[in-house]
Ligand binder design. Sequence first.
Ligand code: FES
Length: 311
Amino acid sequence: MSKKSGTIDTRLTLMRWECPGVLSLTLSPLAGRLPRPEPGAHVDLHLPGGMVRQYSLTAGSSSDAYVLGILREPRSRGGSAAVHETLRPGDVLRISAPRNAFALDPGDGPVLLIAGGIGMTPLLAMAETLSQGTRPWSMIACVRSRKALPFAGRLSQLGARVRADDEDGVPDLPALLAGVSPDTHLYCCGPGPMLDAFLAATADRDPGHVHLERFEQPRPTAGEGEVAVDLARSGRTIVVGPQETILDALLAAGVDAAHSCRVGVCGTCECQVLDGEPDHRDLILTSEERGEGRMLICCSRAKTPHLVLDL
Ligand code: FES
């Protein structure tokens, strides 16, 4: 394995259509073996032009090769378009070591996996692991249409229940969760509206049993106010509008703020808060890290009208 600055060089050994618009990529190490993949983990994928995007490891990943499933996003910021249009088998691609912000609970309680569209990639990896053990589990895969169902063969092998909007209607999360025991660990990954519905439907459950991962920027909440962000190092104040993130406002003002995923998954945009109270909307900082004044400015906002950041 070739490692440089914590990255790993791999060769793209296979690209395969999993359904219209979704390609799977198989990445094999140039030398040695890859770190053992955990279900729920993701890697940074370094793309041509300096772009870096985060993708979950999906079923079939091992220390010999990682498998990613990548949807050609209609509103791509460049990442999925680059994957679909420029990558070809044989290319050498740099990735990070896997990181896991969506780990499977290590206990033996029941598990329900609810996937929406391409959000099924980390959940398929979980299902594959669960299928090799004795823990009770099930999976529901929701897609718009069976024609847009990626990894259909794998889902069938694993015994996942597939529901298609054009046959079964839009998923009714409260109905899907009715009768699911309170000790069940619930995992959801899918589009933003589905995750919002999942959070609403699980609001009265033990938060320790409710797990989700976003791959889209969280939508601004209605009635959001402006936030004035003071940058302690430069003395500048940047006003963040109701419909933009702190990161977007800083970048628009010409501030060179580190960032990558923009959805609160990679941690690249982490900042130290010197004053004010953040409104945390990421899914990876622990309560201890939040208590230390750390925040992710690509998705979190503020409960106070002012924030002072160590930037
Ligand atoms: S840019 Fe990835 S967490 Fe903010």
